[in-house]
Design a binder for this molecule. Structure first.
Ligand code: MN
Ligand code: MN
Length: 461
């Protein structure tokens, strides 16, 4: 059915104007003043509201086996939460471990969890948890199937982590295929030995997690990762940069010519290490890797976003219940499943703490929450902007809406919210995905299974 959005204040990464948007056959077909629409068109009055391109979360976990359990969201619950929060496309980590091979079976498993279930569009970063001749062939097939981005872990030795020899060959293959390599940069041995030391000293609570992966550990990882990329001139992307020390390493690499981009997480922008130190094991709700940083990093990150040294704001969404799951790590912080759920709240938090606080202008807000992810990962201009020919993924955003975040009202399938009681200033009132209304008055009205795999072309040669 055709769709007409009237009088919206349209904001893209580079534009700011008032116009009507007409959409047909899943795409934006006209933008202009006083557009008419056929009688059967869905009409949305966006007067006094912003219209943003659908937001993109470039770092999400939905199907996630960890520590003998699974993250709580499915693509049904996760995509509903994403859409209500204004996110119309997610990039999930397709992540089988080193023991589970072949790689292409892992990819098929992750795809099968999403396809036919998701209400939002999706794609994947393919985890490279092993590298040899056979993997090279399979990775090439996966790239050719429309997945031109890899994920490597320098941490998690023996599970997802790869050796330096494998990293070398991964970077070489990526360069050949035009693939961008995303990297979790923490030195595996420094983490492991620090964990052993802390546990041996009886330091077992969630507040000690930070000290098992202090800033040095990530800074070393970023230097390591960007050096391997530099050897092959491979394009690379540092996920969840959490401190000034690692940002400096990424910028130093960029300054010597490495094609490196930086991601930060909304959690790291607004939460700090004191949350992970809450008493009575409450800190476990705030345990993720890399850990919540010292508060002083937040102003560094806001400035880095403003200056566009940092490209994207993601979530690393990984929801585990406090009861029964986070609790598995009572008496041993290394057994607490990692993750702070935020898929539903990312955009509203970034708007509230970024735009409303005067830290980000509206164009920069759209750039870091949508456009840059689209450009880096081969989705642009189909996604990430509002233009004739682009997918009709649109967020009609009400800047006058006021509410508080609560687990009671969230769609994420998890028993807590890390931002419980926090005020949000604004929310998506209407969200469309490829021309169909999926959120109306802030409520999910979309169709499960309508979301599809968006095939991408390699661009990072
Ligand atoms: Mn990670
Ligand atoms: Mn992750």
């Amino acid at each position: 059915m055709p769709l007409l959005i009237k009088n919206g204040h349209i904001i893209t990464a580079s534009e700011d104007y008032v116009a009507d948007i007409f959409c047909e056959n899943e795409t934006i077909t006209r933008i202009g003043q006083n557009l008419d629409a056929p009688k059967d068109a869905t009409l949305i009055d966006a007067k006094g509201k912003y219209v943003f391109p659908g937001f993109i979360d470039p770092h999400v976990h939905i199907h996630l086996p960890a520590m003998g359990t699974f993250a709580k969201d499915t693509h049904e619950t996760g995509s509903k939460a994403a859409l209500v929060g204004g996110t119309t496309t997610i990039i999930e980590m397709a992540g089988q471990s080193r023991a589970e091979q072949p790689m292409k079976d892992g990819f098929q498993l992750w795809l099968s969890k999403a396809e036919g279930h998701s209400a939002c569009d999706f794609t994947f970063h393919q985890t490279v948890s092993r590298m040899d001749k056979e993997c090279e062939g399979q990775l090439t097939e996966i790239v050719n199937a429309g997945i031109p981005s890899f994920k490597v872990y320098l941490a998690y030795k023996g599970a997802f982590g790869i050796t330096d020899e494998e990293l070398y060959h991964t970077m070489r293959l990526a360069k050949k295929l035009g693939v961008i390599v995303t990297g979790h940069c923490e030195n595996a041995d420094l983490v492991l030995e620090s964990q052993r030391k802390l546990l041996a000293e009886g330091k077992t609570g969630p507040e000690w997690h930070y000290w098992s992966r202090p800033p040095l550990v990530q800074a070393e990882g970023v230097h390591h990762f960007t050096t391997f990329a530099e050897m092959h001139d491979t394009h690379c992307y540092v996920v969840h940069t959490n401190c000034e020390e690692s940002l400096r390493e990424a910028l130093a690499a960029a300054a010597r010519g490495v094609h490196v981009w930086v991601e930060i997480l909304i959690e790291h922008l607004v939460l700090d290490k004191s949350f992970a130190e809450l008493p009575n094991f409450e800190g476990a709700k705030y345990l993720m890797s890399p850990p919540l940083p010292e508060k002083k990093n937040q102003e560094v990150f806001w400035n880095a976003l403003r200056q566009r040294f940092v490209s994207t704001v993601a979530t690393d969404h990984a929801p585990f219940d406090f009861k029964g799951q986070k609790e598995m790590g009572r008496g041993d912080f290394t057994k607490i499943p990692n993750g702070i759920p935020a898929l539903e709240d990312r955009v509203n938090l970034l708007y509230t703490h970024g735009v409303c606080e005067g830290r980000l202008d509206l164009n920069t807000f759209v750039d870091c929450a949508s456009t840059q992810a689209a450009k880096l990962f081969g989705l642009f201009p189909r996604k990430g902007t509002i233009a004739v020919g682009s997918d009709a993924d649109l967020v009609v955003y009400d800047p006058d809406y006021r509410s508080k975040i609560s687990q009671q009202t969230q769609l994420m399938n998890v028993d807590y919210n890390a931002f419980e009681g926090w005020e949000i200033k604004g929310r998506p009132s209407v969200v469309t995905i490829r021309g169909e209304v999926a959120v109306k008055d802030g409520k999910f009205v979309g169709k499960l299974g309508r979301g599809k795999l968006i095939k991408r072309e390699p661009t990072h040669f």
